[in-house]
Design a protein around this ligand. Structure first.
Ligand SMILES: NC(=O)c1ccc[n+]([C@@H]2O[C@H](COP(=O)([O-])OP(=O)(O)OC[C@H]3O[C@@H](n4cnc5c(N)ncnc54)[C@H](O)[C@@H]3O)[C@@H](O)[C@H]2O)c1
Length: 488
Protein backbone atom coordinates (compact mmCIF):
# COMPACT_ATOMS: atom_id res chain seq x y z
CA UNK A 1 0.00 0.00 0.00
CA UNK A 2 1.22 3.50 -0.79
CA UNK A 3 2.13 5.34 2.43
CA UNK A 4 -0.53 7.85 3.34
CA UNK A 5 1.67 10.95 3.07
CA UNK A 6 2.97 9.84 -0.30
CA UNK A 7 -0.57 9.31 -1.46
CA UNK A 8 -1.45 12.86 -0.51
CA UNK A 9 1.61 14.23 -2.24
CA UNK A 10 0.89 12.28 -5.36
CA UNK A 11 -2.41 14.07 -5.80
CA UNK A 12 -3.40 17.68 -5.85
CA UNK A 13 -6.97 17.11 -4.78
CA UNK A 14 -7.85 17.10 -1.13
CA UNK A 15 -10.98 15.11 -1.84
CA UNK A 16 -8.74 12.18 -2.76
CA UNK A 17 -8.30 11.96 0.98
CA UNK A 18 -12.00 11.29 1.31
CA UNK A 19 -11.84 8.64 -1.39
CA UNK A 20 -8.72 7.15 0.15
CA UNK A 21 -10.35 6.95 3.55
CA UNK A 22 -12.96 4.63 2.13
CA UNK A 23 -10.38 2.24 0.70
CA UNK A 24 -9.89 -1.18 2.29
CA UNK A 25 -6.28 -0.50 3.35
CA UNK A 26 -7.02 2.81 4.97
CA UNK A 27 -5.21 3.65 8.18
CA UNK A 28 -6.47 6.69 10.08
CA UNK A 29 -4.21 9.69 9.49
CA UNK A 30 -2.88 11.52 12.50
CA UNK A 31 -3.97 15.08 13.27
CA UNK A 32 -0.46 16.26 12.48
CA UNK A 33 -0.65 14.73 9.03
CA UNK A 34 -4.09 16.19 8.40
CA UNK A 35 -3.02 19.70 9.42
CA UNK A 36 0.08 19.35 7.27
CA UNK A 37 -2.12 19.21 4.21
CA UNK A 38 -2.91 22.93 4.48
CA UNK A 39 -0.38 25.25 2.87
CA UNK A 40 2.37 26.79 4.95
CA UNK A 41 2.06 30.57 4.90
CA UNK A 42 5.30 32.29 5.92
CA UNK A 43 3.35 35.27 7.31
CA UNK A 44 1.53 33.00 9.76
CA UNK A 45 4.71 31.11 10.65
CA UNK A 46 6.49 34.39 11.37
CA UNK A 47 3.65 35.71 13.52
CA UNK A 48 3.77 32.54 15.56
CA UNK A 49 7.55 32.71 15.91
CA UNK A 50 7.25 36.34 17.03
CA UNK A 51 4.63 35.53 19.66
CA UNK A 52 6.80 32.73 21.00
CA UNK A 53 9.94 34.85 21.02
CA UNK A 54 8.24 37.67 22.90
CA UNK A 55 6.54 35.22 25.28
CA UNK A 56 3.14 36.66 24.30
CA UNK A 57 1.66 33.54 22.74
CA UNK A 58 -1.97 33.54 23.89
CA UNK A 59 -3.44 30.42 25.39
CA UNK A 60 -6.72 30.00 23.56
CA UNK A 61 -7.66 26.61 24.97
CA UNK A 62 -10.82 27.89 26.66
CA UNK A 63 -12.02 30.02 23.76
CA UNK A 64 -14.90 28.92 21.56
CA UNK A 65 -14.66 30.02 17.92
CA UNK A 66 -17.65 30.56 15.67
CA UNK A 67 -17.96 32.11 12.23
CA UNK A 68 -18.62 31.94 8.54
CA UNK A 69 -15.55 31.55 6.35
CA UNK A 70 -14.83 30.52 2.79
CA UNK A 71 -13.53 27.01 3.42
CA UNK A 72 -10.37 27.19 1.30
CA UNK A 73 -6.96 25.61 1.90
CA UNK A 74 -5.49 28.75 3.49
CA UNK A 75 -8.47 28.92 5.86
CA UNK A 76 -7.20 25.55 7.11
CA UNK A 77 -3.76 27.17 7.59
CA UNK A 78 -5.36 29.89 9.74
CA UNK A 79 -7.28 27.37 11.85
CA UNK A 80 -4.09 25.38 12.29
CA UNK A 81 -2.44 28.50 13.66
CA UNK A 82 -5.21 28.89 16.26
CA UNK A 83 -4.61 25.33 17.40
CA UNK A 84 -0.92 26.17 17.77
CA UNK A 85 -2.08 28.92 20.13
CA UNK A 86 -3.89 26.30 22.18
CA UNK A 87 -7.35 26.44 20.57
CA UNK A 88 -9.06 23.08 20.60
CA UNK A 89 -10.45 21.89 17.27
CA UNK A 90 -13.59 20.65 19.02
CA UNK A 91 -14.27 24.23 20.19
CA UNK A 92 -14.21 25.57 16.61
CA UNK A 93 -17.54 25.90 14.79
CA UNK A 94 -17.57 27.22 11.23
CA UNK A 95 -19.98 27.39 8.30
CA UNK A 96 -18.77 27.74 4.73
CA UNK A 97 -20.57 29.20 1.73
CA UNK A 98 -21.97 26.67 -0.70
CA UNK A 99 -20.38 28.35 -3.72
CA UNK A 100 -16.85 28.47 -2.35
CA UNK A 101 -16.41 25.51 0.00
CA UNK A 102 -13.59 23.26 -1.11
CA UNK A 103 -15.07 19.84 -0.21
CA UNK A 104 -11.65 18.39 0.60
CA UNK A 105 -10.92 21.19 3.05
CA UNK A 106 -14.30 20.72 4.74
CA UNK A 107 -13.67 17.00 4.96
CA UNK A 108 -10.23 17.36 6.54
CA UNK A 109 -11.48 19.93 9.07
CA UNK A 110 -14.26 17.56 10.12
CA UNK A 111 -11.72 14.74 10.49
CA UNK A 112 -9.74 17.03 12.77
CA UNK A 113 -12.75 17.47 15.05
CA UNK A 114 -14.03 20.90 14.05
CA UNK A 115 -17.76 21.36 13.68
CA UNK A 116 -18.17 22.30 10.01
CA UNK A 117 -21.24 23.09 7.93
CA UNK A 118 -20.18 22.97 4.28
CA UNK A 119 -22.79 25.52 3.21
CA UNK A 120 -26.27 24.39 2.19
CA UNK A 121 -27.15 25.20 -1.36
CA UNK A 122 -30.39 27.12 -1.89
CA UNK A 123 -33.44 24.90 -2.28
CA UNK A 124 -34.95 27.35 -4.75
CA UNK A 125 -33.63 30.13 -6.96
CA UNK A 126 -33.11 33.42 -5.19
CA UNK A 127 -32.99 31.79 -1.77
CA UNK A 128 -29.27 31.78 -1.03
CA UNK A 129 -29.70 34.04 1.99
CA UNK A 130 -32.46 31.86 3.42
CA UNK A 131 -30.32 28.70 3.13
CA UNK A 132 -27.26 30.46 4.54
CA UNK A 133 -29.14 31.95 7.47
CA UNK A 134 -30.51 28.53 8.35
CA UNK A 135 -26.95 27.19 8.39
CA UNK A 136 -25.94 30.00 10.72
CA UNK A 137 -28.84 29.39 13.12
CA UNK A 138 -27.94 25.70 13.23
CA UNK A 139 -24.31 26.63 13.84
CA UNK A 140 -25.21 28.83 16.83
CA UNK A 141 -27.44 26.12 18.33
CA UNK A 142 -24.72 23.50 18.13
CA UNK A 143 -22.07 25.95 19.34
CA UNK A 144 -23.95 27.19 22.40
CA UNK A 145 -24.92 23.67 23.34
CA UNK A 146 -21.21 22.76 23.19
CA UNK A 147 -20.22 25.86 25.19
CA UNK A 148 -22.71 25.02 27.95
CA UNK A 149 -21.63 21.40 28.16
CA UNK A 150 -17.94 22.30 28.22
CA UNK A 151 -18.11 25.41 30.38
CA UNK A 152 -16.73 27.68 27.66
CA UNK A 153 -17.22 31.32 28.62
CA UNK A 154 -15.13 33.17 26.07
CA UNK A 155 -16.37 33.46 22.50
CA UNK A 156 -14.45 34.66 19.47
CA UNK A 157 -16.59 35.36 16.42
CA UNK A 158 -14.48 35.25 13.28
CA UNK A 159 -16.67 36.12 10.39
CA UNK A 160 -16.92 36.88 6.72
CA UNK A 161 -20.53 38.06 6.48
CA UNK A 162 -23.06 39.59 8.82
CA UNK A 163 -25.28 36.57 9.47
CA UNK A 164 -23.28 35.20 12.41
CA UNK A 165 -23.72 38.48 14.27
CA UNK A 166 -27.28 39.01 13.04
CA UNK A 167 -28.34 35.62 14.38
CA UNK A 168 -26.32 35.65 17.57
CA UNK A 169 -28.59 34.71 20.48
CA UNK A 170 -28.35 36.71 23.74
CA UNK A 171 -24.82 36.15 24.99
CA UNK A 172 -25.01 37.81 28.41
CA UNK A 173 -23.33 34.83 30.09
CA UNK A 174 -20.27 35.09 27.85
CA UNK A 175 -17.35 37.36 27.12
CA UNK A 176 -17.57 37.94 23.38
CA UNK A 177 -15.41 39.64 20.80
CA UNK A 178 -15.91 39.58 17.02
CA UNK A 179 -13.38 39.88 14.23
CA UNK A 180 -15.20 41.08 11.15
CA UNK A 181 -13.62 40.98 7.72
CA UNK A 182 -16.50 41.94 5.44
CA UNK A 183 -17.99 45.28 4.69
CA UNK A 184 -21.51 43.83 4.38
CA UNK A 185 -21.63 43.60 8.17
CA UNK A 186 -21.36 47.34 8.37
CA UNK A 187 -24.64 47.73 6.52
CA UNK A 188 -26.65 45.42 8.75
CA UNK A 189 -29.05 47.00 11.22
CA UNK A 190 -28.71 44.06 13.58
CA UNK A 191 -24.95 44.42 13.63
CA UNK A 192 -25.26 48.07 14.50
CA UNK A 193 -27.71 47.29 17.29
CA UNK A 194 -25.99 44.24 18.72
CA UNK A 195 -23.92 44.60 21.87
CA UNK A 196 -21.05 42.66 20.39
CA UNK A 197 -17.76 44.49 20.07
CA UNK A 198 -16.27 44.17 16.64
CA UNK A 199 -12.65 44.43 15.60
CA UNK A 200 -13.00 46.08 12.24
CA UNK A 201 -10.66 44.19 9.93
CA UNK A 202 -12.95 44.98 6.98
CA UNK A 203 -12.16 48.68 7.12
CA UNK A 204 -8.57 48.55 8.27
CA UNK A 205 -6.06 50.27 5.99
CA UNK A 206 -4.16 47.08 5.22
CA UNK A 207 -7.21 45.25 3.90
CA UNK A 208 -8.82 48.20 2.17
CA UNK A 209 -5.73 49.52 0.43
CA UNK A 210 -3.63 46.45 -0.27
CA UNK A 211 -5.98 43.53 -0.85
CA UNK A 212 -8.29 44.63 -3.72
CA UNK A 213 -5.61 44.47 -6.44
CA UNK A 214 -4.94 40.83 -5.64
CA UNK A 215 -8.61 39.91 -5.26
CA UNK A 216 -9.28 41.40 -8.70
CA UNK A 217 -6.37 39.53 -10.20
CA UNK A 218 -7.45 36.19 -8.80
CA UNK A 219 -11.05 36.80 -9.88
CA UNK A 220 -9.90 37.55 -13.43
CA UNK A 221 -7.58 34.56 -13.46
CA UNK A 222 -10.52 32.32 -12.68
CA UNK A 223 -12.67 34.01 -15.33
CA UNK A 224 -10.20 33.73 -18.19
CA UNK A 225 -11.46 30.31 -19.38
CA UNK A 226 -14.93 31.87 -19.75
CA UNK A 227 -13.62 34.84 -21.74
CA UNK A 228 -11.68 32.55 -24.03
CA UNK A 229 -15.01 31.19 -25.30
CA UNK A 230 -16.32 34.67 -26.19
CA UNK A 231 -16.09 35.98 -29.77
CA UNK A 232 -14.55 39.46 -29.45
CA UNK A 233 -15.87 40.67 -32.79
CA UNK A 234 -19.51 39.91 -32.22
CA UNK A 235 -19.88 40.45 -28.49
CA UNK A 236 -20.46 43.44 -26.23
CA UNK A 237 -19.67 42.95 -22.56
CA UNK A 238 -21.54 45.06 -20.04
CA UNK A 239 -19.99 45.74 -16.64
CA UNK A 240 -22.25 47.15 -13.94
CA UNK A 241 -20.43 48.83 -11.07
CA UNK A 242 -17.10 50.57 -11.58
CA UNK A 243 -15.63 50.08 -8.11
CA UNK A 244 -12.55 48.04 -7.22
CA UNK A 245 -13.78 44.84 -8.88
CA UNK A 246 -15.61 46.41 -11.86
CA UNK A 247 -12.69 48.68 -12.71
CA UNK A 248 -10.25 45.76 -12.74
CA UNK A 249 -12.59 43.76 -14.98
CA UNK A 250 -13.02 46.67 -17.41
CA UNK A 251 -9.28 47.22 -17.53
CA UNK A 252 -8.72 43.59 -18.41
CA UNK A 253 -11.52 43.47 -21.00
CA UNK A 254 -10.45 46.63 -22.79
CA UNK A 255 -6.80 45.62 -22.89
CA UNK A 256 -7.77 42.19 -24.21
CA UNK A 257 -9.79 43.81 -27.02
CA UNK A 258 -13.40 43.20 -25.90
CA UNK A 259 -16.03 45.80 -26.72
CA UNK A 260 -17.10 46.93 -23.28
CA UNK A 261 -19.89 49.11 -21.97
CA UNK A 262 -19.95 50.23 -18.37
CA UNK A 263 -22.50 51.71 -16.00
CA UNK A 264 -22.20 52.89 -12.40
CA UNK A 265 -25.01 54.52 -10.45
CA UNK A 266 -22.61 57.10 -9.03
CA UNK A 267 -22.33 60.09 -11.41
CA UNK A 268 -18.90 61.02 -10.03
CA UNK A 269 -17.65 57.54 -10.86
CA UNK A 270 -19.20 57.78 -14.34
CA UNK A 271 -17.46 61.09 -14.94
CA UNK A 272 -14.13 59.52 -14.06
CA UNK A 273 -14.42 56.98 -16.89
CA UNK A 274 -12.57 57.87 -20.07
CA UNK A 275 -14.25 56.56 -23.22
CA UNK A 276 -11.98 54.79 -25.73
CA UNK A 277 -12.46 52.84 -28.96
CA UNK A 278 -13.46 49.70 -27.05
CA UNK A 279 -15.01 51.32 -24.00
CA UNK A 280 -18.35 53.12 -23.92
CA UNK A 281 -20.52 54.38 -21.10
CA UNK A 282 -24.21 53.58 -20.66
CA UNK A 283 -26.50 56.35 -19.44
CA UNK A 284 -28.56 53.89 -17.46
CA UNK A 285 -28.75 50.25 -16.47
CA UNK A 286 -31.50 49.36 -18.97
CA UNK A 287 -29.40 50.69 -21.84
CA UNK A 288 -26.48 48.53 -20.72
CA UNK A 289 -28.66 45.42 -20.41
CA UNK A 290 -30.29 45.92 -23.81
CA UNK A 291 -26.99 46.54 -25.58
CA UNK A 292 -24.84 43.78 -24.03
CA UNK A 293 -24.41 40.09 -24.74
CA UNK A 294 -22.65 39.41 -21.43
CA UNK A 295 -23.53 41.31 -18.25
CA UNK A 296 -21.27 41.20 -15.19
CA UNK A 297 -22.62 42.51 -11.89
CA UNK A 298 -19.81 44.05 -9.82
CA UNK A 299 -21.89 46.12 -7.40
CA UNK A 300 -22.83 44.02 -4.36
CA UNK A 301 -26.45 45.09 -5.09
CA UNK A 302 -29.33 43.64 -7.11
CA UNK A 303 -28.78 44.95 -10.65
CA UNK A 304 -31.90 43.19 -11.93
CA UNK A 305 -34.30 45.06 -9.65
CA UNK A 306 -37.10 46.60 -11.71
CA UNK A 307 -35.63 45.36 -15.02
CA UNK A 308 -37.42 42.57 -16.84
CA UNK A 309 -34.61 40.60 -18.42
CA UNK A 310 -37.08 37.83 -19.25
CA UNK A 311 -38.76 40.08 -21.80
CA UNK A 312 -35.67 41.60 -23.35
CA UNK A 313 -35.28 41.48 -27.10
CA UNK A 314 -32.50 41.16 -29.67
CA UNK A 315 -30.18 38.26 -28.92
CA UNK A 316 -29.12 35.64 -26.37
CA UNK A 317 -27.57 37.02 -23.19
CA UNK A 318 -25.43 35.80 -20.29
CA UNK A 319 -25.54 37.39 -16.87
CA UNK A 320 -23.09 36.70 -14.03
CA UNK A 321 -22.12 37.97 -10.60
CA UNK A 322 -18.59 38.76 -9.54
CA UNK A 323 -19.45 39.70 -5.98
CA UNK A 324 -21.25 37.90 -3.16
CA UNK A 325 -24.08 35.43 -2.56
CA UNK A 326 -26.84 35.74 -5.19
CA UNK A 327 -27.20 39.46 -4.54
CA UNK A 328 -26.57 40.78 -8.06
CA UNK A 329 -29.50 38.92 -9.62
CA UNK A 330 -31.90 38.12 -6.79
CA UNK A 331 -35.02 39.59 -8.43
CA UNK A 332 -34.26 37.85 -11.71
CA UNK A 333 -33.83 34.52 -9.90
CA UNK A 334 -37.09 34.97 -8.01
CA UNK A 335 -38.86 35.74 -11.31
CA UNK A 336 -37.36 32.66 -12.96
CA UNK A 337 -38.43 30.56 -10.01
CA UNK A 338 -41.97 31.95 -10.35
CA UNK A 339 -41.97 30.98 -14.00
CA UNK A 340 -40.80 27.50 -13.15
CA UNK A 341 -43.46 27.18 -10.48
CA UNK A 342 -46.14 28.13 -12.95
CA UNK A 343 -44.48 25.89 -15.53
CA UNK A 344 -44.63 28.52 -18.25
CA UNK A 345 -41.67 29.17 -20.51
CA UNK A 346 -39.05 27.13 -18.71
CA UNK A 347 -36.83 25.03 -20.88
CA UNK A 348 -34.06 23.41 -18.88
CA UNK A 349 -34.19 23.01 -15.12
CA UNK A 350 -32.41 23.50 -12.57
CA UNK A 351 -29.63 23.14 -10.13
CA UNK A 352 -29.41 26.19 -7.88
CA UNK A 353 -25.61 26.32 -8.26
CA UNK A 354 -25.24 25.60 -11.97
CA UNK A 355 -25.76 27.65 -15.12
CA UNK A 356 -29.41 28.24 -15.88
CA UNK A 357 -30.76 28.60 -19.39
CA UNK A 358 -34.20 30.07 -19.86
CA UNK A 359 -36.21 31.17 -22.88
CA UNK A 360 -37.38 34.77 -22.72
CA UNK A 361 -40.85 35.79 -23.77
CA UNK A 362 -39.22 37.28 -26.89
CA UNK A 363 -37.80 33.91 -27.94
CA UNK A 364 -34.17 34.60 -27.00
CA UNK A 365 -32.20 32.65 -24.42
CA UNK A 366 -30.97 34.05 -21.13
CA UNK A 367 -28.15 32.23 -19.36
CA UNK A 368 -27.61 32.91 -15.68
CA UNK A 369 -24.07 31.77 -14.98
CA UNK A 370 -23.74 29.60 -11.85
CA UNK A 371 -27.35 30.43 -11.01
CA UNK A 372 -26.27 33.94 -10.05
CA UNK A 373 -23.71 32.86 -7.42
CA UNK A 374 -20.25 34.45 -7.81
CA UNK A 375 -18.72 33.04 -10.97
CA UNK A 376 -15.15 33.50 -9.78
CA UNK A 377 -15.33 30.69 -7.22
CA UNK A 378 -14.88 27.23 -8.64
CA UNK A 379 -15.24 24.97 -5.55
CA UNK A 380 -12.56 23.00 -7.33
CA UNK A 381 -9.47 22.24 -5.35
CA UNK A 382 -7.35 24.97 -6.82
CA UNK A 383 -4.69 26.50 -4.63
CA UNK A 384 -5.58 29.89 -3.16
CA UNK A 385 -3.50 32.67 -4.67
CA UNK A 386 -1.01 33.03 -1.86
CA UNK A 387 -0.15 36.72 -1.80
CA UNK A 388 -3.55 38.18 -0.94
CA UNK A 389 -4.47 35.25 1.23
CA UNK A 390 -1.35 35.40 3.33
CA UNK A 391 -2.07 39.08 3.98
CA UNK A 392 -5.68 38.57 5.04
CA UNK A 393 -4.93 35.38 7.00
CA UNK A 394 -2.12 37.25 8.79
CA UNK A 395 -4.44 40.14 9.63
CA UNK A 396 -7.10 37.75 10.88
CA UNK A 397 -4.61 35.78 12.98
CA UNK A 398 -3.30 38.94 14.63
CA UNK A 399 -6.81 40.40 14.99
CA UNK A 400 -7.76 37.23 16.87
CA UNK A 401 -4.69 37.64 19.14
CA UNK A 402 -5.62 41.31 19.63
CA UNK A 403 -9.24 40.30 20.39
CA UNK A 404 -8.06 37.66 22.82
CA UNK A 405 -5.92 40.22 24.65
CA UNK A 406 -8.91 42.56 24.85
CA UNK A 407 -11.01 39.76 26.32
CA UNK A 408 -8.25 39.03 28.84
CA UNK A 409 -7.80 42.64 29.87
CA UNK A 410 -11.49 43.34 30.49
CA UNK A 411 -13.53 45.98 28.71
CA UNK A 412 -11.30 48.87 27.72
CA UNK A 413 -13.81 50.82 25.63
CA UNK A 414 -17.50 51.56 25.16
CA UNK A 415 -17.07 51.50 21.42
CA UNK A 416 -18.44 48.53 19.53
CA UNK A 417 -16.36 49.35 16.47
CA UNK A 418 -12.71 48.78 17.33
CA UNK A 419 -9.90 49.64 14.94
CA UNK A 420 -7.52 46.82 14.12
CA UNK A 421 -4.49 48.03 16.06
CA UNK A 422 -2.27 50.07 13.68
CA UNK A 423 0.76 48.39 15.25
CA UNK A 424 -0.69 45.01 14.33
CA UNK A 425 -1.26 46.21 10.76
CA UNK A 426 2.26 47.58 10.54
CA UNK A 427 3.66 44.29 11.77
CA UNK A 428 1.64 42.08 9.40
CA UNK A 429 2.23 44.26 6.34
CA UNK A 430 5.96 44.20 7.13
CA UNK A 431 5.96 40.40 7.05
CA UNK A 432 3.88 40.37 3.90
CA UNK A 433 6.14 42.90 2.22
CA UNK A 434 9.06 40.57 2.85
CA UNK A 435 7.11 37.86 1.03
CA UNK A 436 6.47 40.17 -1.93
CA UNK A 437 10.20 40.49 -2.46
CA UNK A 438 11.12 41.74 -5.93
CA UNK A 439 7.49 42.06 -6.97
CA UNK A 440 7.26 45.33 -5.10
CA UNK A 441 9.80 46.84 -7.51
CA UNK A 442 9.02 44.90 -10.66
CA UNK A 443 5.25 44.91 -10.88
CA UNK A 444 3.96 48.39 -11.81
CA UNK A 445 0.57 47.92 -10.15
CA UNK A 446 2.12 46.67 -6.93
CA UNK A 447 4.60 49.53 -7.10
CA UNK A 448 1.67 51.94 -6.86
CA UNK A 449 0.35 50.41 -3.63
CA UNK A 450 1.09 52.51 -0.52
CA UNK A 451 2.99 49.63 1.11
CA UNK A 452 5.79 51.80 2.50
CA UNK A 453 3.29 54.01 4.35
CA UNK A 454 2.58 51.05 6.57
CA UNK A 455 5.74 51.80 8.49
CA UNK A 456 3.83 54.67 10.10
CA UNK A 457 1.14 53.69 12.61
CA UNK A 458 -0.24 57.24 12.69
CA UNK A 459 -0.87 57.07 8.92
CA UNK A 460 -2.40 53.61 9.31
CA UNK A 461 -4.74 54.91 12.02
CA UNK A 462 -5.78 57.81 9.78
CA UNK A 463 -6.74 55.34 7.04
CA UNK A 464 -8.53 52.81 9.24
CA UNK A 465 -12.03 52.86 10.69
CA UNK A 466 -12.86 52.28 14.35
CA UNK A 467 -11.84 53.35 17.84
CA UNK A 468 -8.18 53.07 18.77
CA UNK A 469 -7.76 50.77 21.75
CA UNK A 470 -4.57 49.66 23.42
CA UNK A 471 -3.97 46.60 25.54
CA UNK A 472 -1.21 45.72 27.97
CA UNK A 473 1.85 43.93 26.72
CA UNK A 474 1.25 44.58 23.04
CA UNK A 475 4.17 42.72 21.55
CA UNK A 476 3.43 44.05 18.07
CA UNK A 477 4.22 47.59 19.13
CA UNK A 478 7.66 49.07 18.78
CA UNK A 479 6.67 52.67 18.35
CA UNK A 480 6.28 54.43 21.68
CA UNK A 481 6.08 57.81 19.99
CA UNK A 482 2.90 56.78 18.23
CA UNK A 483 1.32 55.84 21.54
CA UNK A 484 2.06 59.27 22.94
CA UNK A 485 0.72 60.96 19.82
CA UNK A 486 -2.41 58.86 19.85
CA UNK A 487 -2.87 59.63 23.57
CA UNK A 488 -3.31 55.97 24.38
N1 LIG B 1 -16.48 37.75 -5.39
C1 LIG B 1 -15.40 38.14 -4.74
O1 LIG B 1 -14.34 37.51 -4.81
C2 LIG B 1 -15.44 39.40 -3.92
C3 LIG B 1 -14.24 39.83 -3.36
C4 LIG B 1 -14.26 41.02 -2.65
C5 LIG B 1 -15.46 41.73 -2.51
N2 LIG B 1 -16.62 41.25 -3.02
C6 LIG B 1 -17.90 42.00 -2.90
O2 LIG B 1 -18.10 42.67 -4.14
C7 LIG B 1 -18.84 43.87 -3.94
C8 LIG B 1 -18.21 44.97 -4.76
O3 LIG B 1 -16.86 45.15 -4.32
P1 LIG B 1 -16.02 46.41 -4.73
O4 LIG B 1 -14.79 46.33 -3.88
O5 LIG B 1 -15.86 46.52 -6.21
O6 LIG B 1 -16.98 47.57 -4.19
P2 LIG B 1 -16.93 49.13 -4.50
O7 LIG B 1 -17.74 49.78 -3.44
O8 LIG B 1 -15.53 49.56 -4.77
O9 LIG B 1 -17.72 49.26 -5.91
C9 LIG B 1 -19.08 49.04 -6.09
C10 LIG B 1 -19.54 50.00 -7.19
O10 LIG B 1 -20.84 49.62 -7.60
C11 LIG B 1 -21.64 50.79 -7.76
N3 LIG B 1 -23.03 50.39 -7.61
C12 LIG B 1 -23.66 49.96 -6.48
N4 LIG B 1 -24.92 49.62 -6.76
C13 LIG B 1 -25.11 49.83 -8.09
C14 LIG B 1 -26.20 49.65 -8.96
N5 LIG B 1 -27.37 49.17 -8.54
N6 LIG B 1 -26.04 49.99 -10.26
C15 LIG B 1 -24.86 50.48 -10.70
N7 LIG B 1 -23.80 50.66 -9.93
C16 LIG B 1 -23.90 50.33 -8.62
C17 LIG B 1 -21.14 51.76 -6.71
O11 LIG B 1 -21.43 53.09 -7.05
C18 LIG B 1 -19.64 51.46 -6.72
O12 LIG B 1 -18.95 52.32 -7.60
C19 LIG B 1 -18.86 44.11 -2.44
O13 LIG B 1 -20.17 43.83 -2.00
C20 LIG B 1 -17.87 43.11 -1.88
O14 LIG B 1 -18.29 42.60 -0.62
C21 LIG B 1 -16.61 40.10 -3.74
Amino acid sequence: MMPFKQHLQSTTATSRLAIHSKSANFSKPTAQLLWSYFPELPVLDNILAHLKKTATLPDMKDVGFIGVQHLLPTTGSLFKMFTLMGARPENMFFAGKCYSTDPGVAYILKQLGLYIIDGTKPGRLGEYVKAHNQDVKKLWEAFLDHCKKNNIKKIMILTDGAAVIDYAPPLDDYEVIAVDQTRSSRYSMNVRESRIKIINVAQCAAKQLLEPLFIQRSALERLKPLFETIDKEKTVIGVVGYGAIGKALVKYLVSAGYKTVVYDQDPIVMNSIVVTRNLTKANNLSYLMVNSHYIFGCTGQDITKGINLLAINGWDRHIASLTSEDKEVTELLLNIQKLLDSDKGATVVIDTMSDIEIKTSMGNRLFVIKAGLPCNFSRAETPDPELPFSLIRGLLACAAVFGFKLLESGDPTDSKNIMLDPEVQRFVVGLWQAELGDLQQNDPEIQQLPINNFQHPRWIADHSVGTLVDYPNNSFSNNKQFKVMAKL
